[in-house]
Design a binder for this molecule. Structure first.
Ligand code: PA5
Length: 424
């Protein structure tokens, strides 16, 4: 489902020489003795997930689809990026069915919050508030605004029907609030951290509410789990990608550009940046994750990537089969001189842009380029892809002797902000 092509890289080490280290780390990940082992619940989640809760997610999603014009998903970081990346990848940027899904609770921009509240006027609104800790400021600030809005508009009882909380199963401010107010709740498992949680209720409720098939998504995750049970680098593309990153880093490439060729994948890049950035950037170590969408950004970042400082490599996610395609029309007058493309498909043009770019960046620019081919934009492929990146991320970070599953650095700004806000 994902094929890895690294023919456009120039490696000074042999991938196979990492096999003994990979075997050792794989064992520790599998038997839950690696660093951060308390947060490895995602490894078997594609088969171990709570089936009863999964059925309830589908029921509530159906209710939202029947009753809501807008679903406001209120969460930040791992509590929103996955759902947004999935919905945009599978439904595109301009879906025309209901409900519209709005992502909020990920900013304290007063303008954004005021504008989203205005946007809700006259529409039937549901809110899914998502926070594992239940105390994240951005989410809590936005949620109180939406909660008040719903209570004033619908009354407390109907508002309670329209608010669904996804949070810890037993603890935390949000769980407490939800129980007291009678909101329906879904659980974020204790042993799955935010950025590894898109295939739990965190992502599944919004994704199902968007009308996508979460059975197929979980089937994709399960297939990837099965495919990546082995530590053999020849058979496990996720581990091979993890090792390639470390080899390239040793060659002075400490920035990685995630490249895609479809604007609908831009949020996948944002999700990927969080996954790798928050998991790896610790103890003065790590590859800086960056992203570009081509061909759009070839007209902005393209110059730098071709000829600027050579401290990066590229990882291209290429979707082999587009969701939709168009045939370029013939024009009798040909005033734009574009008839040379008449009869060709637009996806073929995009694929030629990809080929030409890889050639320019590797053969002329000397940039290493790892290419990941994904079959299509389907639910199954999305599920397969996220699990591929989970496994790759865990291995590549553990290779640095770093805990991939915590984020101690995020606390520093929070402490400062709380002090300034008068919380502590
Ligand atoms: O990956 C993570 O754990 C973080 O990005 C969290 O998801 C993010 O900080 C939001 O946390 P919470 O769900 O507790 O509100």
């Amino acid at each position: 489902m994902i094929t890895l092509d690294y023919t456009n890289t120039c490696l000074k080490e042999d991938v196979a020489s990492y096999q003994p280290l990979v075997d050792k780390i794989h064992q520790k990940l599998m038997n839950k003795t690696c660093l951060g082992n308390d947060f490895t619940g995602w490894v078997d989640w594609p088969v171990d997930y709570d089936k009863e809760e999964f059925a309830r997610i589908k029921e509530v999603a159906q209710e939202i689809r029947e009753r809501a014009d807008v679903l406001v998903v209120c969460g930040i970081g791992g509590s929103y990026l996955g759902a947004r990346s999935a919905i945009e990848m599978m439904k595109g940027l301009y879906p025309d069915d209901k409900p519209e899904i709005i992502f909020s609770g990920n900013t304290v921009s007063s303008t954004y919050l005021a504008q989203t509240l205005k946007h809700l006027e006259g529409k039937s609104v549901y809110v899914n508030v998502i926070s594992k800790s239940g105390t994240t400021t951005e989410t809590a600030v936005a949620f109180r605004l939406y909660e008040k809005y719903l209570e004033e508009r619908y009354g407390k009882q109907e508002a309670a029907r329209r608010i669904i909380a996804t949070t810890d199963k037993a603890r935390g401010t949000l769980k407490n609030l939800a129980d007291k107010k009678g909101y329906r709740t879904f659980v974020i498992p204790d042993d799955i951290g935010g950025r590894f949680s898109v295939f739990t209720a965190v992502g599944l409720l919004p994704i199902a509410a968007a009308g996508l098939d979460i059975d197929k998504l979980m089937a994709g995750c399960a297939k990837a789990r099965e495919d990546y049970q082995t530590s053999d680098l020849e058979a496990n593309a996720a581990y091979k990608y993890a090792v390639l990153r470390r080899i390239l880093e040793k060659q002075g490439k400490n920035v990685e550009f995630f490249v895609c060729y479809d604007p609908a994948i831009t949020m996948v890049a944002e999700w990927w940046k969080q996954l790798f950035g928050e998991s790896e950037g610790k103890e003065g170590k790590g590859i800086l994750p960056a992203s570009v969408t081509f061909t759009t950004d070839l007209h902005s970042m393209g110059q730098f990537i071709q000829e600027g400082t050579k401290n990066f490599f590229e990882t291209t996610l290429m979707i082999d089969k587009p969701q939709e395609d168009l045939i370029f029309p013939e024009d009798a007058d040909n005033l734009d001189n574009m008839n040379y493309l008449a009869g060709k498909s637009i996806d073929w043009v995009n694929k030629m842009a990809f080929k030409g770019t890889v050639d320019a960046h590797f053969n002329t620019g000397g940039n290493d380029n790892i290419i990941l081919h994904l079959d299509d934009n389907s639910e199954f492929s999305y599920g397969y892809m996220i699990y591929f990146f989970f496994r790759a991320c865990a291995l590549t970070v553990l290779m640095l002797d770093v805990n991939p599953f915590n984020q101690p650095g995020v606390e520093v700004y929070k402490k400062n902000m709380f002090k300034l806000l008068g919380k502590i």
